[in-house]
Write a protein that binds this ligand. Structure first.
Ligand SMILES: O=C(O)CCC(=O)C(=O)O
Length: 268
């Protein structure tokens, strides 16, 4: 494992990612994992549900975490919307993987989103090479939009199994290894992927997308977001309902509808 570092915007701009950033202690991460697993026991799988912060207060607390937002602010500025997210969970011995891709190719956001959007991947369990941590190719965020093709591999976690049509130089890839409580931040154009979990514990990441309010959604009508810092002077996204607890009925109905519509758009 790498030693956590102070966030460095220059490193992020050079590589298209930054890690490991310590967000909380491992004991705090264990508390968030427990809350997630209690919710799974009561409500069913949480893997890949859209906007999980509308369902679980634990996810919203992490999406509003000052230490995370301080780093996000250095990337996209002082006004911050929490737009999307998902728990990405690989069970112990899980053969599923994520193919090499660029996130912004399928999110429907405008071209300026590259510099106005960032993903945070927060580890709630050990995420190392054996458990299928995220991997990235440094510098590829400067290449802009690359050609992707859809694959029909059932083990691919991505909705369309999309992958970049390019030779991957494995010797240049970086494993974004994280201990519980640490996070990585990555740019929407950086090429990234992950391998199966060959370990004996679940690999649990909470992946959150933050955008500046200037970003526009070009594909999905009436998209929504939660203002987590600063002001929204643009109103391109309607406000998400504020949940008053886990599985708050109003927020959960809204989440279900957004998830349905998002899947339509992302699989189109
Ligand atoms: O969690 C993973 O294995 C992959 C995550 C990913 O592709 C992403 O955060 O965009």
């Amino acid at each position: 494992m790498n030693t956590p570092r102070e966030f460095c915007a220059d490193d992020y701009r050079r590589d298209g990612f930054f890690f490991p950033l310590q967000i909380m202690t491992s004991a705090e991460a264990a508390g968030h994992r427990r809350r997630l697993e209690e919710a799974e026991a009561r409500h069913g799988p949480m893997h890949y549900r859209s906007k999980p912060f509308l369902l679980l207060t634990s996810a919203m607390e992490l999406g509003r975490h000052p230490r995370l937002l301080d780093a996000v602010e250095k990337i996209i500025g002082p006004d911050i919307l929490l737009w999307e997210g998902a728990y990405i969970i690989k069970e112990a011995g899980d053969p599923r993987f994520v193919s090499w891709h660029q996130d912004l190719t399928y999110w429907g956001l405008d071209d300026g989103a590259g510099e106005a959007c960032v993903s945070a991947w927060i580890a709630l369990s050990e995420a190392g090479a054996a458990s299928g941590c995220m991997r990235a190719l440094p510098g590829t965020h400067t290449m802009g939009k690359l050609r992707h093709r859809d694959t029909d591999d059932e083990q691919n976690i991505l909705h369309r199994g999309q992958e970049v049509v390019a030779e991957i130089d494995e010797s240049r890839t970086v494993d974004l290894c994280l201990a519980p409580g640490e996070a990585s931040l990555h740019h929407g154009w950086v090429m990234h992927a992950s391998k199966p979990n060959t370990g004996d514990d679940r690999r649990i990441g909470l992946n959150l997308q933050f955008i500046a309010p200037s970003v526009r959604q070009l594909v999905m009508k009436d998209d929504s977001a939660t203002l987590v810092r600063g002001r929204d002077r643009h109103r391109h996204f309607r406000p998400d309902p504020a949940p008053h607890g886990d599985f708050d009925p109003v927020a959960a109905d809204f989440q279900r509808e957004m998830e349905r519509r998002r899947r339509e758009v992302w699989s189109a």
